[in-house]
Design a protein around this ligand. Structure first.
Ligand code: PNS
Length: 160
């Protein structure tokens, strides 16, 4: 059974994340999308809200699980019997951080492989940070977040 972990902040989930989930889901028997509990980072959406949004989105995909995790990603991956960590790379600017993180994770757990996937090019500039900024100023989030989640995300971000 091939299991991959797709970890991230997902604050909130974007169309780029959704594109990546669907690509990764085709490659493995079990995909675990994992939201990091990060007490040192303030977030717009609670971990519970982010997990609920991801669950709503991925409901029809039976082999995709949504959960959250604390601590080191490699420890969580091992606890899930995963062999693969999936990360998205949108542009060259993502590369350095992702490369360093992959190498550090390999140092911590050489048996885990990090695999990079590219979302559709039209999502190259889509990020949770821009979604939060645009949504916080009352902007329209069509084409940035999944349509089914858009009203809830816009409402919450507009409230501040
Ligand atoms: O969506 P993000 O914020 O880019 O995701 C970053 C994430 C969650 C993948 C990364 O911060 C992470 O794995 N954190 C867990 C702690 C950890 O394992 N740190 C060592 C990484 S080298």
């Amino acid at each position: 059974m091939r299991t991959a972990i797709y970890p991230g902040s997902f604050d909130p989930v974007t169309l780029g994340h959704w594109d990546l989930i669907q690509r990764a889901a085709k490659l493995v028997d079990r995909l675990v999308v994992a939201v990091l509990h990060n007490p040192s980072k303030t977030s717009a959406f609670s971990v519970e809200e982010r997990v609920a949004m991801l669950k709503e989105l991925t409901g029809p995909l039976a082999h995709v699980e949504i959960t959250s995790f604390h601590g080191l990603l490699v420890d969580f991956a091992k606890s899930q019997n995963a062999q693969v960590i999936v990360r998205g790379v949108r542009a060259f600017s993502d590369f350095e951080y992702e490369f360093q993180m992959a190498l550090m994770n390999r140092k911590l757990a050489p048996e885990l492989e990090t695999v990079f996937l590219m979302p559709k090019e039209k999502y190259s500039a889509v990020s949770s940070r821009f979604v939060r900024e645009i949504g916080g100023m009352g902007g329209n989030l069509s084409d940035l977040v999944p349509e089914v989640l858009r009203p809830g995300i816009e409402r919450k971000l507009a409230k501040g």
